[in-house]
Ligand binder design. Structure first.
Ligand code: GRF
Length: 203
């Protein structure tokens, strides 16, 4: 069997992007294997989905720890134990410290439901609609110490319709997220690339 990269997926909620990654891996589209699914929310629906798929899971509730540092230490220990070389954040609702980011520098991805650098942070679709943009989409980016600010790997766009509410727009974007995330991971793991300033350049 060809070499596969051990990855961990960090989630906090329903985990549909995690499932999209797992299914793409299952179809042989990405030379990776999911060695651990971690959630800071023990009741996350995505964690139950991971268990049903027979994957290793870890619930590391942030509320059980004195602070961010202690919580991250526990998450990093779980990643080390599982042998994760790459990390995919998929709806993981915790800000990461510089120490964490540095450990997985250029080996950690996040997905965000807007065309960054527009609308980073929370409550994205309400702000997108309020601003009145006509095109939105999703962004997969390498994670740096800022908020949704790292180098962009893949973006996919969708139209914003006059009839949209936040849920309708989010659903249209989510469909594209499920394509963009596997594509970004596949390209980073299978192609030569480098960073040229903020630009991810595939060579
Ligand atoms: C997605 O919209 C993602 O872009 C954002 O959080 C949401 C997670 O959804 N970061 P899911 O848990 O992957 O279904």
């Amino acid at each position: 069997m060809a070499q596969t990269t051990p990855i961990a997926v960090l989630i906090s909620g329903r985990g549909s992007n995690f499932v999209a990654l797992a299914e793409a891996i299952g179809r042989g589209e990405i030379p990776a294997r999911i060695v651990l699914v971690v959630s800071n929310e023990p009741d996350a629906a995505g964690l139950a989905k991971a268990r049903r798929m027979g994957l290793a899971t870890a619930a590391v509730p942030h509320r059980d720890f004195a602070g961010r540092r202690e919580h991250e230490t526990a998450v990093l220990a779980a990643l080390d134990e599982a042998g994760a070389e790459w990390v995919c954040l998929a709806g993981y609702m915790r800000l990461l410290s510089e120490r964490f980011v540095h450990r997985y520098e250029r080996r950690m991805l996040n997905i965000h439901p807007s065309l960054l650098p527009a609308f980073p942070g929370l409550d994205v679709q309400r702000r997108t609609l309020e601003h009145g943009v006509k095109v939105s989409g999703c962004t997969v980016h390498l994670v740096d110490a800022g908020l949704d600010s790292g180098p962009i790997v893949v973006q996919r766009s969708v139209p914003v319709l006059d009839s949209d509410d936040a849920d309708a727009l989010a659903a249209r974007i989510l469909e594209q997220e499920h394509r963009a995330y596997p594509e970004a991971l596949r390209r980073l793991l299978t192609q030569d690339w480098r960073l040229d300033g903020r630009r991810v350049v595939f060579t």
